[in-house]
Write a protein of this length. Structure first.
Length: 85
């Protein structure tokens, strides 16, 4: 394999990795997960006969958002204090 082809493959790979990273941190992804979580929680609560399923279905969505927004600081701490030792 020549150098130009190797560089082309590396650039293509980098482009895919950048797109994956952009998707992982996108607001579209967070919103999609939140909506799907809400719909499934609502359906479960509704079918189980739980009172106020439309309100109670927000609990797992809130948990998702809290977990999502605490991960970046937790990751930074982990990298600095655990991984780099």
């Amino acid at each position: 394999m020549d150098a130009e082809e190797e560089i082309k493959k590396l650039k293509e790979r980098n482009s895919r990795v950048e797109a994956d990273k952009a998707w992982e941190t996108s607001k579209t992804r967070y919103a999609t997960i939140a909506i799907i979580t809400y719909v499934f929680a609502f359906l479960f609560l509704f079918l189980a006969g739980i009172a106020n399923p439309q309100l109670n279905a927000f609990v797992p969505v809130l948990g998702f958002f809290l977990a999502t927004f605490t991960f970046p600081p937790l990751k930074s701490w982990w990298v600095e204090n655990i991984y780099n030792k």
